[in-house]
Design a protein around this ligand. Sequence first.
Ligand code: HAM
Length: 432
Amino acid sequence: MSDATAKKEERRKFQAIRGTRDLLPPETALWNRVEQTAHEVFATFGYGEIRPPIFEPTELFARAVGGETDIVSKEMYSFEDRDDSSISLRPEATASVCRAYIEHGMQILPQPVKLYYTGPMFRRERPQKGRYRQFYQIGAEVLGGTDAPAIDAEVIEMLMTYFDKVGLHGATLYINSIGHNAENCRRGYVAQLKAALEKVKDQLGPDSQRRIDTNPLRVLDSKLESEQAIIATLPHIADHLCDDCKAHYAAVKRQLEIRGVLYEENWRLVRGLDYYMRTTFEITAPGLGSQNAVCGGGRYDGLVELLGGPPTKGIGFAIGEDRLILSLQESGKGQAQQGRDVYIAWMGEHAYAAAIRAAKDLRNAGFSVELPPVEQKFGKALGQADKLGAKYALILGDNEVSEALWTLKTLSTGEQQKLPEPELIDYLKRQQ
Ligand code: HAM
C-alpha cells in the first residue's frame, strides 16, 4: 500500500453498508411497541415464539424457496464455511421454521404447532424507500394438523387483529388461490398460461420473456406499465382450479366473512416464492409508495415433506416490519415518546445527595429520570429539561433540602408546588 493510500484509509469514515441502516431512538421505541403488540396478540391466538439462527445451509433456501426465484438466484448473501459448505444469511424464515419442525420432531406435539418469529432477513435487492438489504419481519407459521379453511381464515384474522391493535389503518387484504401441483390444477393452468404468453412474447419486456420459461406465474406479478394491458388478457387461474381447490377457496372466503374480515380478490397474486399452494394473500398499506406490500403469506402444504419431513400442512405470513413502521409514521400514528418523566435540577452538595436518592426511588417506581452529572444553574437545567421533553422538573437546592420540602415544576404549565419527599412518588402516580 502506498503512503497516500494508507493515509486515505486512516481517514476513512465508516458508514453503514448500502441497504442497511441504524435504527435509533426515539424510533426504536416504536419498533419495540410494534414487536410487543405482536407478542401479545399472537399469544392470545396460542402461538409460541421461535428464534431460529440467522444463517442456514444455502441448500435449505434453494430447496424451499426455489432455485429459480429472484430471492435464491440473485439476492442471497452466501459464503463458504470452513468445511467448504455453502451457507446463506436467511432471506426469509419459513424454511428455517420448517427445518426446525422436522429437526425437533414437532409432529409428535399436539397439532397444529403455531410458531412466530421476529428478526432480520437479508436480500441483496436494489435499495429504495421500504426496500432494504437488511430488513425485519414479524412472521407466523401454523404447521401440522389439517388444511381446514378455518385455519387459513384464522391466520388472516389474527393478522388483521394485529394491524388494528398496532394502529395501522387503510390496509387492504388481497387474497387468491393458486391451486396445487396436481395434474389438472395448477400444472394445467401453467401450461395454458405459458402457451398464451408465447403468443404475446414479443410485446413483453426481457424479464417477463425470461420468466415464460423459468416461472410463467411470476409474469402476473409484473409492475411494468407497458405489460399491464397484455397481462389483463391472460387466462385466470380461478377457471382452472380442481374441485377440491375451488371448494377450499370458497370456504376460506366464507370463513373470512364469518369473522368479519374484509378482503379483495386478486387473481394475479401468485407470490415470489415457490412453496405456495392454494391460499395466497398480501396486505398493502398507505404511505409506502411502490413498495406497498406490508405483509405476504399463504399455504404451503408439502414444504416440510420437500425438506425431508413427514407430510405436513402449513400456512403462514410475514409482515415487513420496516414498512409497517413507515406506514405508521406516515399516518401520524408513529409518534414515539422520547421525553423523560422527571428532570432533576440540583445545585449544591447536599442537594446532590438528595437528587441521587430521588432518582433511585423514582426509577424504582418506574419513572424515567434524567439526573445531570454535573451541577448547573437552575435556568440552564430547566432549559435542558425542556429540550428533553421532560414532563416535570424536580428542583433541589439549599432551601429545599433545609426545609425538607421539594419543588416540583410541571413544565407544560409552568406551575410549581412544594411537596414533602415521601409524597413525591404518590403525587406523580396520581397524575398518570
Ligand atoms: P415475502 O413476500 O417475500 O414473504 O416477504 C414478506 C414481507 O416482507 C413483504 O410483504 C415485505 O413487507 C417485507 N419485505 C420483503 N423484502 C423486503 C425488503 N427487501 N425490504 C423491506 N421489506 C421487505 C416471505 O418472506 C414469506 N416467508 C412469508 C410467509 C411466511 N409465507 C408463509 N409463511
